[in-house]
Design a protein around this ligand. Structure first.
Ligand code: UDX
Length: 437
């Protein structure tokens, strides 16, 4: 059976590779010829090594290919997964133009198909989008009726960058929102080989599940940041405090790590989009507004700690390690490195930055700061260092790197270092939520 995946980005390729590994024939569609070429040569357009390895195997076997011809690909498929991006507009609302284009092509294919094709929205869209925006495009463009002539489902993804394939092959849950029973049954049977809990819902609930999940994760992180900010002022280390909080099964241990805030292509965008969506219904979510404000302000906490230790930052050389939105990825979308470095520059610091994988992407965002080609080069002569992303190699910081600094002050913006190791290596350790001396 053939499955078509529209949008050869992070979600689309993780979805395509997953279905390929489950034994289906997969066609990935994208309007970007470069991307299509890259997929057909077994190369990912982003850094995600385990996914790339499996993509290469599937392409070689001939069970996954990419094309720019979405109409032909959908016509020859039983399922069409919409995995295009839904980026933020300046208002916080999501940009539905890529989804509109993708669904326009699907509609053309539906018009000439005799098959009952199931269209599955996987892109993150605010509640009611699939029913009130996507469905009319499909019905008008094809002259057919959803739920009768073709199927319509909403099937959110919960992938984390850095572990996309694992998250996709072993999802915590499979949410199947469907307009009609038949398409929901068909989608459920597509996932038959994956043994994760399933939940069947309507389209709107499935859309909301994604936003409710991501805003909860954002809340958990912001709560941790708030506890950490209080601990540091009270002379307490927040680490055992949050660990103990997470030992309560009602809370759970994950996503309780304080830092300089949440970034990435999903969490900030989804908080803004849900806030905007409910405002259209006359509801001002104070919680979502506060989350965004707290997250905007959190990088300042790292700057405050640094200033407390070394005084005025004017003309001081500050090393920033980690530019990606988190360690292990090359994605710089909404990375906290931007507000962090902007804040340092506003205080007239001289910033030198380094990231193992994300430097090329970051240079486009901030072309005028100084970049180093290694951790050591970055730290050489620095009056202070801030860790912005938790790359595993930063955890190995020791005497060698610290002795290169002019003043050995390390601000751990991700709580990924061991304070005792830094102290033993002659460094002064400061961390978000670390109130001990
Ligand atoms: C997120 C969701 O986790 C995923 O379920 C959804 O499908 C897409 O969005 P991702 O964007 O890969 O995934 O990032 P995630 O690992 O969630 O991290 C988001 C941000 O929060 C990063 O900047 C990270 O550093 C920060 N974070 C995460 C914390 O500050 N503390 C934590 O405890 C966890």
């Amino acid at each position: 059976m053939r499955i078509c995946v529209i949008g050869a980005g992070f979600v689309g390729l993780a979805t395509g590779v997953t279905f390929g590994k489950l034994g289906y024939e997969v066609v990935c569609c994208d309007i970007d010829k470069g991307r299509v070429k890259s997929v057909n040569s077994g190369t990912l357009p982003f850094y995600e090594p385990p996914l790339e390895k499996e993509l290469r195997i599937l392409v070689k076997k001939g069970s996954l290919a990419a094309t720019v011809d979405t109409v032909a690909a959908v016509k020859a498929s039983k399922f069409a997964f919409v995995c295009v991006q839904t980026p933020s507009l300046p208002s916080g609302r999501i940009d539905l133009r890529p989804a509109k284009t993708a669904c326009g092509s699907i509609a053309k294919a539906l018009k000439y198909s005799r098959d009952y094709i199931v269209v599955v929205m996987k892109s993150t869209v605010v509640p009611s989008t699939t029913d009130l925006f996507i469905r009319p495009i499909l019905e008008k463009g094809s002259g057919k009726t959803a739920g009768r002539d073709f199927g319509l489902c909403m099937n959110p993804e919960f992938l984390q960058e850095g572990s996309a394939l694992k998250d996709s092959m072993e999802p915590t849950r499979i949410i199947i929102g469907s307009l009609d029973r038949r398409s929901g049954d068909m989608l459920e049977s597509l996932y038959a080989k994956i043994k994760s809990p399933r939940l069947r819902t309507d389209l709107r609930s499935a859309e909301m599940i994604k936003y409710a999940s991501n805003t909860f994760l954002a809340t958990k992180i912001s709560y941790s940041n708030e506890v950490a900010n209080m601990c540091v002022r009270l002379g307490i280390d927040s680490e055992p405090v949050l660990k103990a909080v997470g030992m309560d099964p009602r809370v759970g241990p994950l996503f309780l790590k304080p830092g300089v805030g949440f970034g990435g292509s999903c969490l900030p965008k989804d908080v803004r989009a849900l806030k905007d969506r409910v405002r259209l219904e006359g509801y001002e979510s104070r919680m979502l507004s506060t989350l965004l404000k707290m997250n905007d302000e959190q990088p300042r906490e790292a700057i405050r700690l640094l200033e407390n230790a070394i005084g005025d930052l004017g003309n001081k050389r500050i090393a920033v390690l980690g530019l990606a939105f988190k360690g292990g990825v090359d994605d710089v979308r909404e990375t906290r490195a931007v507000p962090l470095i902007t804040g340092l520059l506003a205080k007239r610091a001289r910033v030198v930055a380094y990231d193992p994988m994300a430097m090329q992407n970051f240079i486009r965002l901030m072309p005028t700061i100084e970049y180093a080609s290694s951790v050591s080069e970055c730290m050489k002569g620095a009056d202070g260092c801030i860790i912005q992303a938790d790359w595993p190699q930063f955890r190995k910081l020791g005497k060698k790197e610290i002795s290169l600094m002019r003043a050995p002050v390390i601000v751990d913006g991700r709580r990924c270092l061991d304070p005792a190791t830094i102290k033993r290596a002659g460094g002064k350790y400061l961390g978000i939520g670390y109130g001990l001396q």
